[in-house]
Design a protein around this ligand. Structure first.
Ligand code: GTP
Ligand code: ZN
Length: 298
């Protein structure tokens, strides 16, 4: 292979990476110290060294990157180039609407498309109360795509719908504990689709659950997953990010009396007026205030 080929990082164990090239071949690679931040999902340029081993020489520009603190408190990039956030919720445990809002805001700040998944549809009639259903309807009215799934079910229509949504793009699974992310992953990835598992089988790599892996889904989609990816740092949202992550505020941007209006206590706030006239959903606005308070207190 010629020098300077492009590949995508499909997994990383310490200093060692596995890349995949256009032909679907896997290449074990090392990386130079200055490229230490290379992460699963990165597109890189690599070359064969004189000794025969492969080495990453450049990380190509990223669309975005997810990071989280490691055990020493150092911020590390854990995945890059994410197009879709699959935000998994369930009826039991009950929906955490504030967490959902945080993921939606984060998706917006990453320029990634959110897909709101409501798993455990078999428990819906038993556990979804009218308040929950009203909340969910608000998201649909705002234009968010909502998909109902049953990871424990034998029907694969839901899985096919997720794959269609992701098609040709790279997704991650996020959501609170117990909603069924692992169950959905197992249903999404019948064994043959798990390329990294195949490497582990041939002894080329070690399989550890904390390492982010890139998987191929049906319909040419890609999924990056690891426990670390599932709960990447959600803490650091700025007030402008918070506001930009609320599409219902958009028609009123620039109409508040103060340029830097937080839509909280300021007089002449167009967003507050819109809440009073029911143009902005009351529940979303109240949760926005809660998030605003937690960001300011941070
Ligand atoms: N009734 C029902 N139970 C489900 C469904 N999907 C998953 N479960 C169950 O929900 C529980 C939690 O599922 P997991 O897949 O482990 O959830 P998770 O989101 O990966 O949880 P964490 O690993 O803690 O983040 C398990 O007991 C599953 O069997 C579903 O569609 N219906
Ligand atoms: Zn305002």
């Amino acid at each position: 292979m010629k020098a300077g080929d492009v590949g995508r990082v499909i997994t990383r164990y310490g200093a060692e990476l596995v890349l995949e090239n256009d032909q679907g071949e896997h290449i074990r690679c090392t990386t130079r110290r200055k490229l230490e931040h290379v992460a699963c999902g990165d597109y890189v340029r690599w070359q064969r060294e004189a000794q025969g081993n492969a080495s990453v020489i450049e990380i190509l520009p990223r669309k975005n990157a997810l990071s989280r603190s490691d055990i020493r408190g150092k911020l590390r990039t854990i995945a890059a180039n994410i197009d879709v956030l699959l935000i998994v919720n369930s009826w039991r445990p009950a929906p955490n609407w504030e967490l959902l809002d945080r993921y939606l805001i984060t998706a917006h700040s990453l320029s990634a498309d959110p897909l709101i998944i409501f798993n455990k549809s078999d428990l819906r009639s038993q556990y979804a109360d009218t308040e929950h259903l009203a909340c969910l309807e608000e998201y649909q009215r705002l234009g968010y795509v909502v998909l109902h799934t049953q990871a424990s079910g034998v029907d694969y229509q839901d899985i096919a719908a997720i794959c269609r949504y992701v098609a040709g793009r790279t997704a991650i699974l996020v959501g609170q504990s117990g909603v069924g992310k692992s169950s959905l992953l197992h249903k999404l990835l019948p064994k043959k689709g798990i390329r990294v598992g195949a490497i582990a089988d041939t002894g080329e790599g070690r399989h550890t659950t904390t390492v982010a892996n890139l998987y191929h889904l049906p319909a040419c989609g890609t999924l990056i997953d690891s426990p670390g990816v599932r709960d990447f740092a959600l803490g650091s949202l700025t007030v402008p990010e918070l506001q930009a992550g609320h599409p219902e505020f958009e028609p009123f941007m620039g109409l508040c009396r103060f340029n830097n209006c937080t839509h909280h206590h300021e007089p002449g706030c167009a967003v507050k007026a819109a809440v009073l006239s029911a143009k902005v959903p009351q529940r979303r606005y109240e949760r926005y205030l809660g998030l605003l308070k937690s960001q300011i207190n941070n």
